[in-house]
Design a protein around this ligand. Structure first.
Ligand SMILES: [Zn+2]
Length: 118
């Protein structure tokens, strides 16, 4: 199927639904586990599980934000434009990663440069 904004939008909407669901499930598990965490022997495991959960939750939240941001760009017509250099993002890249915000060059430079910008 050729790349189109319609398709990207559909994928982003699917992704957003999936991520919201994962987040809800994670929060439900967190809520349920509160009552079971009073056993000394389980403390280390609990702490580990919690750390994993928090990391996973952050990852999902970040992806969700990126996905929503991309959907916003589709609406305001800036979708597919690199946030760093203003150039067009390669279509193959958008197909592989519909929420991409930068072209391949800028993304690579950013990852190697180690800046923490948004
Ligand atoms: Zn760029």
């Amino acid at each position: 199927m050729p790349f189109s904004y319609e398709r990207a939008k559909q994928e982003l909407l699917d992704e957003r639904a999936k991520l919201s669901e994962q987040l809800e499930q994670l929060e439900a598990v967190e809520y349920e586990s509160i009552g079971y965490s009073n056993h000394m022997a389980d403390d280390a495991t609990d702490a580990f599980d919690q750390a994993v959960d928090v990391a996973l939750k952050r990852k999902i939240e970040t992806s969700l934000k990126e996905t929503e941001r991309a959907l916003g760009k589709l609406d305001d017509g800036t979708y597919g434009i690199c946030e760093t250099c203003g150039g067009r993002i390669d279509r193959a890249r958008l197909e592989a990663l519909p929420q991409a915000r930068r072209c391949m060059d800028c993304q690579a430079r950013r990852e190697h440069g180690g800046t923490q910008e948004g």
